[in-house]
Design a binder for this molecule. Structure first.
Ligand code: G3P
Ligand code: MG
Length: 244
């Protein structure tokens, strides 16, 4: 089978440019653009009141001055938090963006988005519904939707999601062909350590692109380029080699 038509650049900014600015904030997206990146990866989660926020961890503790879990608190509470000071004083006052705020900002910057859906168990259906509603006027070519949750990916496909889909894996797992076929995956995303020539070739032979996370050195970037990996996620998009 032929590999899918390629739409992505070599480097996708991980959580924006999270080596230089607090992850998953508008400052981080702005920094990714300043580095010359045209695609970023961010995470989307549900709050207690079923609002969509751009956030990575279940818990608020690591990247805000708040307490508790995102799913257990309201958007109003999350909006009262500082999501920048933990990273550096210059980012003090940075807020957790909603998905709508992120979409508006990315439209303004002409930034394309790999949106990773992170659902708590049992919340997959509502998360998928709300994300597809929020994206209903967005251009199909500017988004790639991904998840580690196969249930979330299956639901996206069932609900006739018009965007390209990607499965995230925490390592090399057998059985990926069935998943890739079921969701008609555009790409499969692996930790870079898991990728070998044979594995990259197998995924390509199944018609999917291969992406590697999270790559922060020119040496690793060069190894992956030589394997024929299609793109990588990086915290420091200016520090990895180009691939041609
Ligand atoms: O999307 C690939 C990778 O960045 C996902 O991992 O944990 O950073 O969301 P995480
Ligand atoms: Mg992510």
């Amino acid at each position: 089978m032929m590999k899918k038509q390629w739409i992505l650049p070599w480097v996708i900014g991980h959580r924006g440019a999270c080596g230089y600015a607090p992850e998953n904030t508008l400052a981080s997206i702005g920094k990714a653009q300043a580095l010359g990146l045209s695609w970023i990866e961010v995470d989307v989660m549900l709050t207690q009141d079923n609002e969509l926020v751009i956030f990575h961890d279940e818990s608020l503790a690591r990247t805000t001055n708040g307490k508790g879990k995102v799913r257990d608190v309201t958007l109003a509470y999350i909006k009262s938090l500082d999501a920048g000071s933990w990273f550096g004083d210059t980012f003090s006052g940075e807020k957790v963006p909603t998905l709508d705020e992120l979409l508006n900002y990315c439209r303004k910057l002409k930034m394309n988005v790999n949106l990773e859906l992170k659902a708590c168990e049992g919340d997959e259906e509502i998360l998928v519904k709300k994300v597809l509603e929020a994206l209903k006027n967005e251009s199909q070519s500017s988004f790639l939707l991904s998840s580690f949750s196969m249930k979330t990916l299956y639901l996206l496909r069932e609900k006739a999601c018009p965007f390209r889909l990607a499965a995230n894996f925490e390592g090399w797992v057998e059985g990926w062909e069935r998943i890739a076929k079921h969701i008609a995956a555009y790409s499969l995303h692996y930790p870079y350590e898991a990728l070998t020539q044979a594995r990259v070739d197998r995924v390509h032979a199944a018609g999917c692109c291969v992406l590697a996370y999270t790559v922060n050195t020119p040496e690793e970037s060069a190894r992956l380029c030589a394997l024929g990996v299609d793109a990588l996620f990086s915290d420091v998009g200016d520090k990895v080699e180009t691939c041609s």
